[in-house]
Design a protein around this ligand. Structure first.
Ligand code: NAP
Length: 246
């Protein structure tokens, strides 16, 4: 019988109706995890991925919640509890990248980017860790960005939020290491071919040293590595075609 590395684990992927989240959810399910696909508006798309996962014999559920809203995150976790149990693997992936000319960026734009790209990860992680501590098992995986390291192509509102995710990653890794079984890591992708970059005609693959956009499975491969490894913690794994080298 095929050996699935995440059999019995429950994974929550925020923003899983499209793009990277979709691919990450499918990859986790292929390794045997029960996957909760969170989405904000794309109900039909999320449900379509659930059907796809069920068709290959694994369990998945789609749950709507705006993860920038504390009450909705708490409701999301209580719903997950009823459907499947406690979250073992949390992938903080939901994000937005509102593009605007630099001089037109407002405080409202900045706050919205922090709320959706960063506060969401804090809220979901705070909701997930009590049961992770109880079980002494947990994987927190934050989808940051090369923008955290180089500034990127979107703007300071996005770069600051994504840099904040790396701070969250370090702090949770350090504070949870004493339990022995909980890791916290970030992934910093560069330009991955999803709706997020397809809608921005200023973004060209020539920016990337490797000369092409990345593919969602090149990020989900790393999610599986981090979900299955218990000794990598506090790290940022770069998936960026050589754009930023650490
Ligand atoms: P995408 O195709 O635009 O998908 C974004 C996902 O986030 C959708 O599922 C969307 O749900 C969800 N979402 C947005 N706001 C939400 C909210 N408030 N609550 C819950 N879900 C919400 O984006 P992507 O390219 O896959 O990006 C995924 C993550 O990777 C983001 O954090 C992004 O910053 C990061 N990233 C992407 C790239 C890239 O080049 N693509 C590079 C570096 C980092 P709905 O469909 O329901 O709106």
């Amino acid at each position: 019988m095929e050996n699935k590395k995440l059999e019995g684990k429950i994974a929550l992927v925020t923003g899983a109706s499209r793009g990277l989240g979709r691919e990450i959810a499918i990859s986790l399910a292929k390794e045997g995890a029960t996957v909760i696909l969170n989405y904000k508006s794309s109900a039909a798309q999320a449900q379509g991925i659930v059907s796809q996962i069920i068709s290959f014999g694994e369990k998945a559920y789609a749950v709507q919640a705006d993860v920038s809203n504390e009450a909705e995150v708490l409701a999301l976790f209580s719903q997950i509890n009823k459907l499947a149990g406690n979250v073992d693997i949390l992938v903080n992936n939901a994000g937005i990248n509102p593009v605007k000319p630099l001089l037109e960026l407002t405080l409202a734009d900045f706050r919205q980017s922090l709320d959706v790209n960063l506060t969401s990860a804090f809220l979901a992680t705070q909701a997930a860790i009590p049961s992770m501590i109880e079980k002494n098992f947990g994987r927190i995986i934050n989808i940051s960005s090369v923008a955290a390291q180089l500034g990127g192509v979107i703007g300071p509102h996005y770069a600051a939020a994504k840099a904040g995710m790396i701070g969250l990653t370090h702090s949770y890794a350090a504070m949870l290491a004493k339990y022995g079984g909980i890791t916290s890591n970030a992934i910093a992708p560069a330009l991955i071919e999803t709706d997020m970059i397809k809608g921005n005609t200023n973004i060209k693959p020539g920016i990337i040293p490797i000369g092409r956009f990345g593919q969602p499975d090149e990020v989900s491969d790393v999610v599986i590595l981090l979900a299955t490894n218990g000794y990598i913690t506090g790290q940022t794994i770069n998936v960026n075609g050589g754009w930023y080298m650490s």
